[in-house]
Design a binder for this molecule. Structure first.
Ligand code: ADP
Ligand code: MG
Length: 458
């Protein structure tokens, strides 16, 4: 029954969550009416009790259990390899290879068929909007409100992992909810190419054309792969025209703007430029934190803000990697049975982001110093001149100079002072190192903490 339970669970949680938590579980059978699951450590046990007990009970209920009971057993420690679940991130679930529907023609197809290929997580509600993507987001919303009328085609470009596919699917979901009868087709350019090749080989061109030319919304992902494929370009050109003339909405994504796609026929390029071209950039720090926060909430992970901030500083370019980093931190702390902390996160990420040091910002340092001395950051940055405030302020300035790349004038500005004051502070702290016990301890502790390398935290 465990495999049935897993089947149920898998449908109800994310792929990453499933691989992180459920894949390593050992089925210990049913004992005294209770399904017994072997987990790796007490942290995992707690985690399951807190987050997945209900889900597991639901799963058992769905299998006919009247009074479902689940219990956990911590397995004797095997040599846990760190990272095992997260090291091999789950392959993105691919749609089953599309069998050519040999029997019926297009007209008999249920319009909801194609929609099933949309990823249920890629909806507008799960899309964090920031300055990096707000234009693309607004355009996608516009197209969703009035498909075929607002901008046609909508062309979204940007580097890998920045949300192009997510946005396209979001439009698909939105339109399919509002207009259940609309036919929606989402395909990658590669699928389009392969379908075409098969259609040619199997002499099914009419069917192929009907299929793509009868949709109401065509979403074509990674259109840059049209480059150099003449036959596919030719066919796509006709598909495009047929849809366009009938005011059917077309959305295209690419890793670059049309003008930069080499060996793309001029007539296709100009058509891609007929509508609206919009880009997605790398997310800013705040957007990255917001995305992590949303992800943590969705996956029911209770993780402190400062840990999310550390992850957001480490992974800056690719949202898929950002999500992967979060899962890695979760897996790491679970497998090592330690609570989340910045040090743990830094450690968990040190393998992937090895040579790069943890990036520390002025505000981070100030906050850490403030926490160490147990006073508000603003007081440290304020104008107070009593020793209780002056020492932390000097320590903060010393650490910022030591741990960041900021210049003396920049640090001065941050504290509302000039650079000579900062210089004085740094000299002062340097003098006291090794002499004044409190200052020495503060500097050492804080430094280790902010470099995220504190072994004791593990
Ligand atoms: P692309 O198609 O540009 O390579 P994806 O759409 O596949 O990127 O996005 C990669 C991952 O990042 C997906 O899991 C997606 O849900 C997530 N993602 C991207 N942009 C956002 C965003 N603005 N808010 C939340 N998640 C996002
Ligand atoms: Mg994509």
């Amino acid at each position: 029954i465990w495999s049935d339970v897993l089947g149920y669970v898998r449908k109800n949680i994310s792929e990453v969550e499933y691989h992180t938590w459920f894949a390593p579980v050992k089925d210990l059978g049913v004992q005294e009416g209770s399904l017994v699951l072997g987990v790796r450590n007490s942290f995992a046990q707690e985690w399951f009790r807190k987050h997945y007990l209900e889900l597991l009970e639901d799963a058992l209920r769905s299998l006919g259990a009247q009074h479902p009971q689940v219990s956990f057993q911590v397995l004797p420690a095997a040599q846990d390899t760190l990272f095992s679940p997260a090291d091999a991130p789950p392959a993105p679930s691919k749609p089953p290879p599309s069998k050519p529907s040999s029997s019926s023609g297009v007209s008999a197809q249920d319009p909801s068929e194609n929609r099933k290929r949309l990823n249920p997580k890629y909806i507008f509600e799960n899309f964090v909007v920031g300055p990096n993507n707000n234009l693309a987001h607004a355009a996608a919303m516009g197209v969703s409100e009035s498909p075929g009328k607002a901008y046609n085609p909508l062309f979204i470009y940007g580097d890998v992992g920045l949300g192009k596919t997510h946005l396209m699917h979001a439009v698909g979901h939105y339109i399919s909810e509002r207009f259940p009868d609309k036919r929606i087709e989402y395909i990658s350019t590669e699928t389009f190419t392969n379908d075409l090749i098969n259609a040619i080989r199997e002499d099914r061109m009419t069917q192929f054309r009907n299929r793509y030319r009868s949709v109401d919304l065509l979403l074509v992902d990674d259109i840059q792969f049209l480059a150099g494929k003449e036959r596919t370009q030719e066919e796509f050109f006709h598909t495009f025209n047929a849809l366009y003339e009938n005011h059917k909405q077309i959305i295209l994504s690419s890793d670059r703007p049309p003008k930069d796609i080499q060996t793309l026929e001029g007539r296709l390029r100009s058509r891609f430029e007929w509508g609206l071209i919009t880009d997605i950039q790398s997310p800013e720090y705040e957007t990255r934190v917001a995305i992590l926060k949303m992800n943590a909430e969705h996956n029911r992970i209770d993780i402190p803000q400062d840990v999310l901030e550390l992850i957001a500083r480490q992974v800056t370019k690719n949202i898929r990697e950002l999500e992967g980093a979060l899962m890695r931190v979760v897996a790491f702390s679970s497998l090592n049975n330690v609570p989340f902390s910045r040090a743990v996160a830094a450690k968990a990420l040190s393998n992937i982001f090895a040579p790069r040091e943890v990036k520390v910002e002025m505000m981070d340092v100030l906050r850490q110093v403030a926490a160490h001395y147990n006073m508000p950051p603003d007081v440290i940055r304020g104008s107070g001149r009593v020793r209780e405030v002056v020492v932390p302020r000097q320590v903060a300035q010393y650490l910022i100079r030591d741990l960041t790349d900021h210049s003396l004038p920049e640090i001065g500005q941050f504290f509302g002072r000039d650079h000579s004051t900062v210089m004085h502070a740094i000299n002062k702290v340097t003098e006291q190192l090794g002499r004044d016990q409190d200052v020495t301890a503060a500097v050492e502790v804080l430094k280790r903490k902010m470099q995220g390398l504190e072994e004791d935290d593990l």
